[in-house]
Structures are given as structure tokens and as C-alpha cells.
Design a protein around this ligand. Structure first.
Ligand code: ADP
Ligand code: ASP
Ligand code: MG
Length: 455
């Protein structure tokens, strides 16, 4: 059986949903179809919640336009025999959403839990619509089988329970049934509260289902012809990459290739289920195939991406003997608190250690490091760690990257010649990525320049 996931770009309008219907109805037998919210709706749900919580009455027309957008699609696409039922389901959901907005408007605050519940309405509604327009479409409620638990304040998937519940849910599909599943949403396995898998998380829903069912493929249907050598919105002459390995695609999407949500790769990689990236608006295009090993004609460099919203943390030490201890302790303290940390280096400063963290983790990271190194700072052996914000990591992904000294120096030279300062370089964990840390404002130029150097 196949699992297909259609993103917001594919379920945003009557035209795109017509394409989805065509694609799904040609599949013989059973399939699981994971759907996102209507394109742009999740952003709208969040923005409207913020308006309501700020006491701004504009939330009301915004809410009404979201509701009308759904009703327009239902009235245009859903067969008459099913229409009343879908309208009733969607209107019930919108009434619940309205009550939430009214509550936020009253309390003038936006608690995290309520925001999680608010964003769930996008996929809960779109799945009713898709189930009604696709022949043999039956909706399955992912709140019942995608389960999360709390981990350092974040909601993460409870793998065992989820996989067991998925197997149970899809065990007995009807003949030719197309099981329609809302992506992104989940619920806490202990409290039952509505949670989600993070922005872009519908891809991950697809991967969890594909892995639990041992699917033959996971197809990610989107609005581009496949994984490309760079983000086509930034690099106009980006090209399609026909084949990638799981680890290459993992590296590309972890460093900013938005086409797949990074956690998606792991469950299918684990079960060796191929992923295909396909274009809803050009279904004949071959797309990108992602499998476990390289193909003989795969090119050595797979792409250049950029990850924004990072901070560069610098720790200056006066005693060179301290270097190792600072390195180890920094890793220990930040990783113990579930912060992602990437070491990078700068040849100009032998007496400084550099790390990259997510901008949102920067202030707390600094606080922890200041506490950790207080004895050394007190004795004047180490300076207070500092953070530089608004930095990005430009990532070059390919094979044997650590051995490509020529490439490293060519990229450095070309960037510097165009006035782009590389603050530090690095190669995280694997041998597949070279990182260049830059000012966020220069990242578009750097992507275009590096891409033209490579392709
Ligand atoms: P969906 O709504 O289908 O989930 P997304 O917007 O999440 O779609 O992902 C598809 C988008 O990812 C494309 O429109 C493209 O602009 C962007 N993108 C970024 N980097 C890449 C890349 N390397 N290859 C292909 N697309 C990319
Ligand atoms: N609708 C969610 C988002 O916009 C999840 C997804 O589309 O994958 O982030
Ligand atoms: Mg996406």
C-alpha cells in the first residue's frame, strides 16, 4: 500500500483539489492520503488568534473569511449527497473555533495549549472536504492515533503507542478505500490534549503511517517537480535532483530545504521505505526518489541550502589548556537541555570556541553557559560567552565533503570577493555537509553565488 501526502499548496483551491482528486482516484486498491490544511490557513489561524488575544476585533472578519473559504470549496466540489453532512461537520468545527477566539478576546492572552488547539482546525476541516470529494474517501481522525508526550517542554511523538494505534486503525480498510487523514495534528497520550508535530508536520504524519504499515512508498505531493539543488524561490536556475539518499535528504532538509519536514526521514529510513517527491500540478514529472544507497550516476554535490534564525555563540578563553574542557562542558550542558548545537570554527581566533544554536535558544544557552563557567570567569580564565544574532548557515551537501578542501577554499574566496564575510565554517556530524556561517542579510546573495559556482 502507498501513503500519499498532499501539502497546503495542493489543497488550497478548487483547481488544486481537482488535481488531487484525479491523482488519488487513479490509484488501484487501498491508499492512505494525508492532507494539510488549506494553503496558508495555519498562518491565518495563528494570526487571527494573535489579533483576538491582542483585543483587536478584526479577528471576526478574519474568522468569517476562513469559514467562507471552506464553504466555497464545499459548495463547489462536494457531491450533493454528501454536502449537508460535510457542511455540518465543518460548521461544528468553526463554531468551536469561534468560541476559542471569543475566549482569547476576553482574556487578552494566548496560552500555548490554546494555540495548539487553534491550529488543529485547519487539518480537521480540510480532511472532511477531501474525504467527501474523493471516490471511496473515508476520513480517519489522527487525534486518535498520532500520540505525543512531553519532552523538555516540547511535544514529541510517542513512537510505540502511535505505531500500534496506526496498525489498529488501518487494519481493516474497506475495498478500494482511500483513507483520508488530517496531517500535523496529534494528541497527548496521557492528557488527550490536542498537540501537533510542528510546522510542516503533515509530512511527518505521512512517514509515521508509512512506517507503521510497512508501506511500499511514501509520496510527498507538493508544488515543485522534486527536490532541487537549491530553493527555487531564491535561486532561479535551481535544478531538479532525480535521486538522493536518506541521509543526503535529511541533511538538506535539516539545513533549510523546506520541501520535506526533517523528522519525516527517520521513520521511513528505519524501515527502508522509499520517498518520492512529486508535483501535484505536473504529475507526469519523474520527481525525486529518495532511497538508502547512492546510484552510480548521482552527482557528488547534491545542493546548497540555508538555515536562518541562528545565533553564533563565542567563548573566549585565556588559558589554552581550558579549550577541551570548555568544549565538552558546553556540549554536555546544552545537549542535556535538548538544545541543538553545532560547533564551527574560525581560523582567525585560536583562543575562542564558536557554536551555532537556534536563535530562540540563544538567551537561555548564554545563561546556562555563564553559570557553568562562573568559576573560570571569576578567575579571569574565561570571558563571559557572547552571542551574535541574525546569522545563517549556508550548507553545501554532497559526498566526502570533509575531503573537498578545494571546494571549501573556492567558496570562501568567491564569497569574500563579493564582500560576503564568512564568520565561521564547520562540518556537522556527518561527512556530507560543509557549513558557512554568514550574516542573515547576505544569505540570498551567498546562495546564488555558491549555486552558480557549483552548477
Ligand atoms: P507543501 O505545502 O506541499 O508542504 P512546502 O511549502 O512545505 O509545500 O514545500 C515546498 C516548497 O519548498 C517549494 O515550493 C519550494 O519553494 C520550497 N523549497 C525550499 N528548498 C527547496 C529545495 N531544495 N527543493 C525544492 N523545493 C524547495
Ligand atoms: N498546516 C501545517 C503547517 O502549515 C502543517 C503542514 O502543512 O504540513 O505548518
Ligand atoms: Mg511542507
Amino acid at each position: 500500500m502507498k501513503v500519499l501526502k498532499f501539502g497546503g499548496t495542493s489543497v488550497g483551491s478548487v483547481e488544486s483539489l481537482t488535481q488531487v482528486k484525479k491523482i488519488v482516484e487513479t490509484i488501484p486498491g487501498n491508499a492512505v492520503i494525508v492532507v494539510s490544511a488549506l494553503g496558508g490557513l495555519t498562518d491565518k489561524l495563528i494570526a487571527t488568534a494573535k489579533l483576538a488575544a491582542a483585543g483587536n476585533a478584526v479577528w471576526k472578519p478574519e474568522f468569517e473569511s476562513m469559514k467562507q473559504r471552506h464553504l466555497h470549496i464545499i459548495n463547489t466540489m462536494v457531491p450533493l449527497t454528501l454536502r449537508d453532512n460535510v457542511i455540518s461537520e465543518v460548521c461544528t468545527l468553526f463554531s468551536q473555533l469561534q468560541r476559542i477566539y471569543e475566549g482569547l478576546y476576553l482574556i487578552k492572552a494566548l496560552p500555548e495549549k490554546i494555540l495548539d488547539e487553534t491550529v488543529s482546525f485547519g487539518e480537521r476541516c480540510s480532511s472532511w472536504i477531501v474525504a467527501a470529494i474523493i471516490k471511496n474517501g473515508i476520513r480517519h481522525d489522527s487525534l486518535k492515533f498520532i500520540k505525543t508526550e512531553k519532552w523538555y517542554g516540547k511535544n514529541v511523538v510517542e513512537g510505540k503507542i502511535t505505531s500500534h494505534l496506526i496498525a489498529q486503525e488501518f487494519n481493516n480498510l474497506q475495498e478500494n478505500e482511500k483513507a483520508i487523514v488530517p496531517g500535523f495534528i496529534s494528541s497527548d497520550y496521557k492528557t488527550g490534549e490536542i498537540t501537533n508535530l510542528g510546522r510542516g508536520g503533515s509530512d511527518f504524519t505521512g512517514a509515521l503511517i508509512a512506517a507503521a504499515l510497512g508501506a511500499e512508498t511514501l509520496e510527498i505531493w507538493t508544488d515543485v517537480d522534486g527536490f532541487m539543488t537549491s530553493d527555487p524561490r531564491i535561486v532561479k536556475n535551481a535544478r531538479i535532483t532525480p535521486h538522493l539518499t536518506f541521509s543526503e535528504s535529511m541533511e538538506l532538509c535539516s539545513f533549510g530545504a523546506k520541501v520535506i519536514y526533517p523528522p519525516t526521514i527517520f521513520p521511513v529510513f528505519h524501515k527502508n521505505i522509499p520517498i518520492k517527491i512529486l508535483n501535484t500540478f505536473n504529475p507526469e514529472a519523474p520527481g525525486t526518489l529518495i532511497t538508502d544507497v547512492s546510484f552510480p550516476d548521482d552527482p557528488p554535490i547534491k545542493g546548497v541550502t540555508a538555515l536562518n534564525d541562528l545565533s553564533l555563540i563565542k567563548i573566549r578563553f585565556l588559558d589554552p589548556l581550558l579549550k577541551e574542557s570548555i568544549l565538552i562542558r558546553t556540549f554536555k550542558i546544552l545537549s542535556e537541555n535538548a538544545y541543538k548545537i553545532i560547533p564551527v570554527s574560525n581560523s582567525d581566533s585560536d583562543d575562542e570556541l564558536h557554536f551555532v544554536v537556534n536563535a530562540s535558544d540563544s538567551a537561555l544557552s548564554l545563561k546556562m553557559l555563564n553559570t557553568e563557567f562562573a568559576p573560570e570567569i571569576g578567575q579571569g580564565l574565561t570571558e563571559n560567552p557572547v552571542a551574535e544574532s541574525n546569522v545563517s548557515a549556508l550548507a553545501l551537501v554532497g559526498n566526502e565533503m570533509k575531503e573537498r578542501y578545494n571546494l571549501l577554499s573556492r567558496v570562501l574566496y568567491s564569497l569574500q570577493r563579493k564582500g560576503i564575510t564568512v564568520k565561521a565554517v564547520g562540518s556537522p556530524t556527518s561527512n556530507t555537509t560543509l557549513l558557512f556561517i554568514l550574516d542573515e542579510r547576505q544569505v540570498k546573495d551567498a546562495l546564488n553565488l555558491t549555486h552558480s559556482l557549483l552548477y
